[in-house]
Design a protein around this ligand. Sequence first.
Ligand SMILES: Cc1ncc(COP(=O)(O)O)c(C=O)c1O
Length: 366
Amino acid sequence: MSNYPFNPVTKALPATVPFVGPEAQERARGRPFKARLGANESGFGPSPKALEAMQAAAAEVWMYGDPENYDLRHALAAHHQIPPENIVVGEGIDGLYGTVAQMFVEPGTPIATSLGGYPTFNYQMAGRGAAIHTTPFVDDKEHLSGLIELAKQTRARLTFLANPDNPMGTWWDSGAVLEMIAHIPGGNILCLDEAYCDFTPMGTVPPIDITDRRVLRFRTFSKAYGMAGARIGYAIGEASLIKAFEKVRNHFGVNRVAQAGALAALGDQTYLRKVISNVELARERIYSIAAENGFIAIPSATNFVAIDCGKDTDFSDQILAGLLERDVFVRKPWVAPQNRCIRVSVGTDEELDLFAQALRETMAAL
Ligand SMILES: Cc1ncc(COP(=O)(O)O)c(C=O)c1O
């Protein structure tokens, strides 16, 4: 392997696989999970209208997708009441981060983010050789003024904020985010990840300002729209910044089935509202299950809940192992002190019943 002519960045990266999916875990265990509550997907699924549109588009899958994502971009523009020139569609937020890294990062480019924040942003930046600087969460929330300070100190080119964040599900209100944006240093762009924005209380999501050259916002069809496997998301930003994506993005990256599904899903806001209310109920249920076991759930504005298991990472590891053993797939935050928690995605009533029983049994066994 060492003889291959890798570029220096790839050569220097660790050989470990950063993302181990539930499928790999199932293969290793030799049996499937009964409840899939670890990847912040939507067990409620996509709108039936999206399913229908995707089924129809499947017959046309011999054709490349429209590289301009024209219909979807125009529908998104109408939805957000902004021009289509301010929107770029890509292979999920994760795919768009790869394009952002390609556009802004060269070996050594400083990036400011939160220690233990959403890892795929870092992964894409590291793949281009970024120097990743972090500041810890404070009170289980990303630290807005800490991020700004870090961006200033390190002369970061990009700053990352997920609002609400993953893995804790905590959030800042619109006023706090706007205050942060006002303090972004010159030469820096805030990558504002709003993957979970559909689940947030009123007053969380700042109004879209397409003239603001300091912010790129990221949205997805993976969460509330229930289409994680379709790999489709979009970024919103100032028009000349969005136009620059054309230079490097994977123009045929979004397949036509995903485009058709997303378009139909966007058109079914009634279904979206139903999912959001299902998610709220499921979150409440997870809070109660946590309380029944003597744990405190951290209030969440997402489709998952971090449950504070009250001790250290060894203890939450044991709980996680007990749940996995009982065929319930969940995950946990990856750095201290957040790794005292387990992270449980919302699911159907049946899946949450399985989680409740598995947690009860695990705690009895411990
Ligand atoms: C904060 C955050 N951003 C982005 C994503 C991934 O979005 P996508 O499926 O559009 O790549 C996730 C998924 O867990 C997430 O938690």
